[in-house]
Design a binder for this molecule. Structure first.
Ligand code: KIV
Length: 258
């Protein structure tokens, strides 16, 4: 039987680029799925772009599971990946218990942030038969210790650490690895060093696939857009336009709503 790891290695071998976007609710997940996206990540970026938190460090497991259930209901074809929030994988046993909750909520795979430091957790998850997506580079759950959303891989030591992280998560059984804000040349080296696909976010064009927060892609969180994103739409402007039109027509007595 071919596993997800085999399938993703094969995609990489064939040079097929992998597409991934985030969704946290039914309509968005369904629209992305109907548009042919490969992977839908119910990311803990939920905390910022949906729940209004300052960063992802306040996101709870209950919030993630609630939104995973909603998104999963809208998906027929894409692979749904649930993002394990901070403090829900302190030990390998807790990591497996959390991963199982995501599977029960409708995810087919899980992701957690960490490389070499989390090998035991990743091995426990994959041994339990749950497909696992790794996440290395800038780790938003550690933004406070890391002093902001800073590019990773700028020094030789950082580059070597990232390559070691990538090799470790591959060996531990990951089917793919997200590289977040990694120097593009280092992302290229990592991509060449491992046989599972790298999925970049702000890490240049040499990755085997790309992932973005959908709100950034469609201009639905206009108060902050990462430097590396070129929005394809301006949904916030459309919402403001429709809202103003509604206000004007109601105040002018043109709308009665029945
Ligand atoms: O939470 C998230 O949306 C993520 C992506 C940015 C990779 O982890």
């Amino acid at each position: 039987m071919t596993t997800l790891v085999d399938q993703y290695r094969e995609l990489k071998k064939r040079g097929e680029k992998i597409t991934a976007l985030t969704a946290y609710d039914y309509p968005t997940a369904r629209l992305l799925d109907e548009s042919g996206i490969d992977i839908i990540l119910v990311g803990d970026s939920l905390g910022m772009v949906v729940l209004g938190y300052e960063d992802t460090t306040q996101v709870t497991l209950e919030e993630m599971l609630h939104h995973t259930r909603a998104a999963a209901r809208g998906v027929k074809n894409a692979l749904v990946v649930g993002d394990m929030p901070i403090h829900t994988f302190e030990t390998p046993n807790e990591a497996v218990a959390t991963a199982r909750k995501f599977v029960d909520a409708g995810a087919q795979a899980v992701k957690l942030e960490g490389g070499v430091s989390h090998v035991a957790h990743i091995e426990a998850i994959t041994r339990a038969g749950i497909p696992y997506m790794a996440h290395i580079g800038m780790l938003p759950q550690h933004v406070r210790e890391q002093g902001g959303y800073k590019v990773k891989g700028k020094t030789q030591l950082e580059a070597e650490t990232l390559i070691a992280d990538a090799r470790a998560v591959e060996k531990a059984g990951a089917f793919s690895v997200v590289l977040e804000i990694v120097v593009p040349e280092v992302a290229r080296q990592i991509t060449n060093a491992i046989s599972i696909p790298t999925i970049g976010i702000g890490s240049g064009e040499h990755c085997d696939g790309q992932i973005l927060v959908t709100h950034d892609l469609i201009g639905f969180f206009p108060w902050f857009t990462p430097k590396f994103v070129s929005p394809e739409a301006r949904v916030a402007d459309e919402i403001r336009k429709a809202t103003r039109a509604f206000i004007e027509r109601t105040r002018a007595g043109e709308l009665s709503n029945g």
